[in-house]
Design a protein around this ligand. Structure first.
Ligand SMILES: Cc1cc2nc3c(=O)[nH]c(=O)nc-3n(C[C@H](O)[C@H](O)[C@H](O)COP(=O)(O)OP(=O)(O)OC[C@H]3O[C@@H](n4cnc5c(N)ncnc54)[C@H](O)[C@@H]3O)c2cc1C
Length: 399
């Protein structure tokens, strides 16, 4: 881990660093440079500073003996008295990964009144479920949840820790990986396990132009977050197996400076991630009103509708209707894409759907590489005809 630091005693405030920074990552504040969040650690300021007042600090994690870190830990999410379904999807993936290297799969639940949830997890084939249960953990506070997770990770030393890429997980995972000075890959779309227990964490990178394979070669644990609906949950077994391990709450939890004042629950809306049938429209639609074609087909099929990012950017649809890396991940039984080219930022978040039907007039469109059924033609002709066909119960008179 690295950062750029400015040595105040040497800095003369000449501003050369700010002038030369290609990322506008240096602000001159009251005559002194300050590094902002745009810093890409390119080192240009370090090389250009005439006073040698800018340095790059490097915290190098020590290599660990990988054989001492065994098993896969899934941090299950149990806020609001409910188990988040991503937790089960992660357990399913963990079981698959564990087979290659004969690891056990462990789960961890942190919260208040979460014993029933822990018992429920025993129906999904984990070796054990560790529980930190205390009224002090009623609401998610990143520091105290991290304290409990850190305590358990130190205790069982897992090789891999999987966390849902939810709001909670996105707050918890980086804190933990920093505490252990190890790697974290966010929003993985695929995970593979090497024989030497290195986890290959695959996700789109550089604006989706490549699928990066990221490996934490010399440190442990290996932290990865995965979004809801990317992996498959295992089938629930009638008979529970494994044991519950009740853990003592670390003392630090009661010294936290973060106080919970109030919680205002946001009414849970319907999410396209939960839809079984989806019809999605893209830039092949010429005007906003044409979205009615998409909504009409979705309604006829008893499903929901969604869009690509350009349509959200045009203001034709709200962001929660967007499929993709900067939107939602979906995995319906059926998705029909209409006038969508199939950019990786879109397909990475819908290619796990059971049946993909793509309508596009360009026979070379990338969407056809993930589609199970390719319909090459004009959506303005095909979508109304298909809707009519379905409304007539399958009876269709070709003209
Ligand atoms: C960091 C980053 C994150 C991104 N995140 C997302 C994201 O979350 N979601 C997302 O969707 N995009 C995202 N994008 C944008 C993405 O790269 C594409 O630009 C976008 O997905 C393209 O949307 P589209 O397929 O609707 O439009 P286009 O690429 O313009 O495709 C339109 C398609 O419609 C077809 N067509 C045109 N007329 C008709 C017709 N009459 N009948 C049939 N077919 C027709 C064309 O042949 C074409 O293939 C992201 C980009 C970046 C850099």
């Amino acid at each position: 881990m690295s950062k750029i630091a400015i040595l105040e005693r040497k800095c003369t405030g000449c501003g050369i660093c700010a002038e030369n920074c290609p990322f506008n990552a240096i602000d001159m504040v009251e005559g002194k440079p300050e590094i902002n969040a745009a810093c890409k650690l390119c080192n240009i300021c370090v090389k250009n500073c005439p006073e040698k007042a800018i340095i790059r600090l490097q915290t190098k994690a020590k290599s660990v003996d990988k054989t001492l870190w065994k098993g896969i830990l899934v941090i299950a999410e149990a806020t609001g008295g409910k188990l988040h379904p991503v937790s089960l999807e992660l357990i399913g993936k963990a079981q698959e990964l564990a087979k290659n290297v004969s690891f056990d799969v462990h789960a961890l639940v942190i919260g208040s009144g979460v014993k029933d949830i822990a018992n429920e997890i025993l129906h999904y084939g984990v070796k054990d479920v560790a529980v930190y249960d205390d009224p002090a953990l009623s609401f998610f506070r990143a520091d105290v949840f991290a304290d409990c997770a850190e305590d358990y990770i130190n205790y069982i030393k897992p090789s891999v820790v999987l966390i849902g890429a939810t709001s909670l997980g996105r707050s918890l995972a980086p804190r933990l990986s920093t505490r252990f000075l190890t790697g974290l890959t966010a929003d993985c779309t695929k995970l593979l396990m090497k024989n030497n227990t290195d986890l290959v964490q695959i996700r789109p990178a550089f604006g989706g132009n490549i699928m990066a394979q990221i490996v934490t070669e010399s440190t442990r644990p290996q932290f990865a977050t995965v979004r809801y609906k990317v992996m498959d949950a295992p089938i629930r077994q009638d008979k529970p197996s494994g044991e519950i391990i009740n853990r003592k709450i670390p003392k630090k939890v009661f010294d936290s400076k973060v106080t919970h004042v109030n919680t205002e629950p946001i009414p849970a809306g319907k999410s396209i991630s939960d839809a079984e049938i989806l019809v999605a429209g893209g830039r092949g639609l010429k005007k906003e009103a044409d979205l009615e074609l998409i909504k009409g087909l979705a309604k006829t099929l008893g499903g929901d509708w969604a869009v690509t990012r350009p349509l959200v950017e045009k203001g034709w649809a709200p962001p929660d209707r967007q499929i993709g890396l900067s939107g939602r991940t979906v995995k319906p039984r059926l998705i029909i894409t209409c006038g969508i080219s199939g950019a990786v930022q879109f397909t990475a978040c819908m290619s796990g759907s059971d049946c993909i039907v793509a309508i596009n007039e360009d026979k070379d469109a990338n969407i056809f590489s993930v589609a199970h059924l390719a319909v090459i033609g004009d959506l303005y002709k095909i979508v109304p005809e298909l809707t009519e066909l379905l409304q007539n119960g399958g009876k269709y008179e070709a003209v």
